[in-house]
Design a protein around this ligand. Sequence first.
Ligand code: M6R
Length: 608
Amino acid sequence: MCGIVGYTGAQQASPLLLEGLKKLEYRGYDSAGIAVVKDGKISLSKVTGRIANLSEKTDGGRLLPGCTGIGHTRWATHGAPTDTNAHPHVSNDGRFAVVHNGIIENYLELREELTEKGYRFSSETDTEVIVHLVEMYYAGDFRQAVMKASARLEGSYALGIVCADEPDRILVVREASPLILGVGVGENFFASDVTALVAYTRNAIYLEDGQFAELTPHSIQVFDCTGNPVPKKISRITWDIQAAEKGGYEHFMLKEIMEQPRAVKATMAPRLKDGEIVLDDLQISAADLKKINKIVITACGSAYYAGCAAKYAIEKLCRIPVQTELASELRYADPLIDERTLLIVLSQSGETADTIAAMRECQRRGARALAIVNVVGSTIAKGADWCLYTWAGPEIAVATTKGYTTQLTVLFLFAIFTARKLGNLDETEYARLLGELKGLPKLLQQALDMNPGLPNLAKKYHNNHSMFFIGRNTDYAVALEGALKMKEISYIHAESYAAGELKHGTIALIHEGQPVIALCCNEAITEKTMSNIVEVKARGAEVLAVAFRDNQKILSLADDMIYIPRVEQIFSPVVEIVPLQLLAYYVARENGCDIDKPKNLAKSVTVE
Ligand code: M6R
């Protein structure tokens, strides 16, 4: 949940580290720090709060000279967000500094052991044990000391470590936390995420779990956990700098909402060839598909809600039962999963700790895992049996938008592809569905353009303490995601309910002026939702309905309307969510919230 960066080369390290940290700030932003090596000494600067504070404190990095350094932006897990708990942490002899992303699970026993040996701790973090271990094992060989220290650690960690005696060298270690090396000319880098590297190099090495690397300005060597050299595989980063910047928008979230037509098209286009769906990365025969008796979709947060929305399309087309499971529950559920289960794992980052654990648990029980992931080379992408990437480009805002809609796009492709292989779709219906799917980018653009009144609706609704989102079937699935968007960025309590459930308890909460967002895009069942609208209106609710543009019936019932273009029913979630993302955005803006970095949240939840 933190971001780490490192640089070694001919330039002053601190300004580059600050730039890198700014790109990683979405991963955590309660405190930050940098450590730089020069003339046999480590200089350190740490602050509570944002990277901007660190930049101010160090005069844009200029106050910390030195050409090798490491940096960190923190999302606190162990210990409050304070200057002392901020990384880097330094050894008692001042010789080593470490930055860490992840959690050291056995830190209490290590802390006890090190305290008994006389090491003094200055923070409450789990990380500090690492730097004292390195000091304890140091006998003149930096790499050996880091290897011995790492062997004592349990948990997840991506580490960057510098040593005052070796001013040109950084050691990095990866275990269950993302870590990427940037290969430059006369300079080398590391970071938690390629967004911090693209401004400097497009050549990257994705470390595997259990690997170490030693970086100097002119070399990178990779080792396994026993110290044996491992051949380096250099990959090209395809994301460009603009993709990782705001491009004139006030917030990354708005930019990413607006990018959805393009992102969905980019995800779909390479997989539609000559009137067929081609999923090159899913090498599974029709015979193997026929053996599947259950599909389990697992994920967290919005990715989980994408699974909930796609379940209807998969079941309808493939006639295979689909079970949606929160990864944090599934991993401990002793699940009924075997080799006849197809597991679908959804994750924008590909690094969500619970999702990784759930995937591994299901694979251990015999299931084969199909990952749908945005970040190339991420842990889930590499650990799954197959991976279909969502080509959404980097998503920086903590609240996912294009991540969600591109996940749905791949799930719809998968549903049609599988249904066709299973013989459930004749030629005509197959071609019709492909045509509808191809039309989605255009419909997304219309959904973006169709509601110029959303900022005004936000002015009307932003002053509320709570909102309800109701719907049935696919509308209910979209309500789940719509409510999450609203609460995570505007801090307004937002609950989603299956509309038919209201009268089983929740309707007691409806009072004069209570906003209810009613999703009415599943026309097969809208009449039922309309009855629920009447019920809540009778109790004073203010109803904001979401419906197809030509749906006059709803117009006469609701207080306010949001429109979407008419869309094939099973694909409607991908279009329907768009105005709800915008509504949440404008409400959060009215409330003066920090939209791209909501409080207490981080983009990538790499800890349990
Ligand atoms: O990277 P992932 O898709 O695995 O992340 C899962 C959730 O943490 C994520 O969707 C989260 O709920 C977002 N903040 C929602 O906007």
